[in-house]
Design a protein around this ligand. Structure first.
Ligand SMILES: *[C@@H]1O[C@H](CO)[C@@H](O)[C@H](O)[C@H]1NC(C)=O
Ligand SMILES: *[C@@H]1O[C@H](CO)[C@@H](O)[C@H](O)[C@H]1NC(C)=O
Ligand SMILES: *[C@@H]1O[C@H](CO)[C@@H](O)[C@H](O)[C@H]1NC(C)=O
Ligand SMILES: [Ca+2]
Length: 189
């Protein structure tokens, strides 16, 4: 991570100083080369992007917002195909962060479902939903979807609509087509 970056930068700077002294003794000016290298190292140090193009970096994670709509399963496949998974909300900060990244009107699938057993909400990594870290809109989940014969087993994040400023989750049919938020850990380098 950062520690390694700092160490390698210090090492490279030492090399630079060494070569500068060496070449000065032998009578050439390395100033243009050296200043270019300094620039490259400096630029490299400050602009290291830990997320791939198209992903947004926040709080040690990378987020990908796809505005294409698909079913929950299909969305999950898409995220996995990109090396991540549907987003899992691990904290109040993360819930807030994701809201700040999207338009308030936008509705996105998140990686939460009770399709295995009604009422037992599991994240895509298999962990159970922590009830003190759930952000259901008032009256949700209600196992109700527009197509009344379909169970509402998948969760989308939508507009903030409850008394709590962050309440925005809604259970709906997994076959509904929604936009997608994928998440993956940032690259460590
Ligand atoms: C979204 O849909 C368009 C049109 O079908 C397609 O060209 C594009 O690749 C899709 N993007 C993603 C991220 O799937
Ligand atoms: C659930 O979340 C709360 C608030 O962050 C935390 O204090 C608690 O330890 C969590 N419980 C479990 C079982 O992870
Ligand atoms: C959930 O909704 C579906 C479809 O309306 C229904 O068949 C099922 O019994 C409901 N489950 C519960 C536990 O209410
Ligand atoms: Ca359900």
């Amino acid at each position: 991570g950062n520690q390694l970056n700092i160490k390698s930068t210090i090492f490279l700077l030492n090399c630079l100083v060494y070569f500068t002294v060496l070449f000065k003794k032998n009578g050439f000016s390395l100033l243009p080369v050296v200043s270019k290298m300094f620039f490259l190292i400096f630029a490299g140090t400050i602009s290291v992007s830990e997320c791939e193009a198209g992903w947004e970096q926040h709080g040690g994670k990378c987020y990908y917002f796809s505005t294409n709509k698909s079913s929950w399963e299909e969305s999950r496949r898409l995220c996995k195909g990109l090396g991540g998974d549907l987003v899992k909300i691990d904290s109040r900060e993360e819930e807030k962060l994701v809201h700040m990244m999207k338009n308030d009107e936008d509705k996105f699938w998140i990686g939460l479902t009770d399709s295995e057993e009604e009422g037992r909400w599991l994240w895509v990594d298999g962990s159970p939903l922590n009830t003190s870290l759930s952000f259901w809109t008032d009256g949700q989940p209600d196992n109700w979807s527009k197509s009344s014969f379909k169970q509402a087993d998948c969760v989308r994040m939508g507009q903030i609509g409850g008394s709590d400023v962050l309440k925005s989750w809604f259970d709906t049919s997994c076959d509904a087509h929604q936009k997608i938020i994928c998440e993956k850990a940032e690259k460590t380098r």
